[in-house]
Design a protein around this ligand. Structure first.
Ligand SMILES: [Zn+2]
Length: 262
């Protein structure tokens, strides 16, 4: 089974419209503690998505990625309308940003610009399908995106950080009429109304309805078409969970995989 971070009934009007993360009966799966050997899943009928069988060990990291960071990056790319003929810019090189690149590639985007200044992450971004790397941030980063898009900005932008700087960078990198999806959890962001008005972009964001994408993502992983599990660059036993968070906080690891002990 694969379970996203939100439990949903998958039958209400909001769920049927593809927004399971805002289900009328939504519950946060981690609320009662999720990094454990056992987990009680609320609304199990609507929340759990079955795999076709017992997965081979090498598929487990990718299936785990599907439940959270891949599902979120995928939503970012879909909501930003990444697709054939589109130039996509991704702000943020954490696991979600990197997997938004993989998603944009799978969705057929023509050009994918990764905004990243760390070499190991740039390497993974290129492996996942990025065609260009922009190291500059803030307005310098925006100028670089404009330079790469005939002064227009990207058609599709995914914001996967959640800071003021990243959000403004994302808004200013989107061309008029373009689509921006923000999946970085917003921390104290304030958007100037007048600038947003004249930006004339489609703005969409929020917690990803991972459940909407799970059947398709599990299928792609099962057929070994994608390998999103590559974002896990450190594996630790569950008892060392605190070290795992520390490694991510200090940017020594992109994402940590915890293995349950019996
Ligand atoms: Zn629902």
């Amino acid at each position: 089974m694969v379970v996203s971070f939100f439990a949903s009934d998958n039958t209400c009007e909001i769920c049927l419209a593809g927004y399971q993360s805002r289900c009328e009966h939504v519950e946060f799966v981690g609320a009662n503690g999720a990094q454990a050997q056992l987990l009680r899943v609320p609304l199990a009928d609507g929340t759990l998505v079955a795999t076709p069988g017992m997965p081979e060990a090498d598929l487990i990291p990718s299936l785990l990625a599907a439940s959270d960071v891949l599902g979120t990056g995928w939503f970012g790319a879909v909501a930003a309308e990444a697709g054939p003929g589109k130039t996509v810019a991704v702000v943020g090189d954490g696991a979600v940003g990197l997997l938004a690149i993989l998603a944009a590639k799978e969705l057929g985007a023509e050009r994918i610009i990764a905004m990243s200044r760390r070499e190991s992450r740039q390497k993974l971004a290129l492996e996942f399908g990025a065609t260009d790397i922009v190291e500059e941030r803030g307005d310098e980063g925006v100028a670089k995106i404009k330079e790469l898009t005939n002064g227009l900005g990207a058609h599709s932008v995914v914001e996967a950080v959640g800071t003021q700087e990243a959000m403004m960078q994302a808004i200013r990198s989107t061309r008029p009429g373009g689509h921006l999806d923000f999946v970085g959890v917003a921390h104290g962001i304030q958007i100037p109304g007048e600038e947003l008005f004249f930006a004339e972009i489609h703005l969409h964001g929020g917690p990803a309805p991972v459940c909407r994408f799970l059947p398709d993502l599990i299928d792609r992983i099962w057929r070994r078409e994608i390998d999103p599990g590559k974002v896990f660059d450190l594996t630790l036993p569950l008892s060392q969970v605190a070290d795992g968070y520390k490694a991510m906080d200090e940017r020594r690891a992109i994402k940590v995989l915890l293995t349950p002990e019996n």
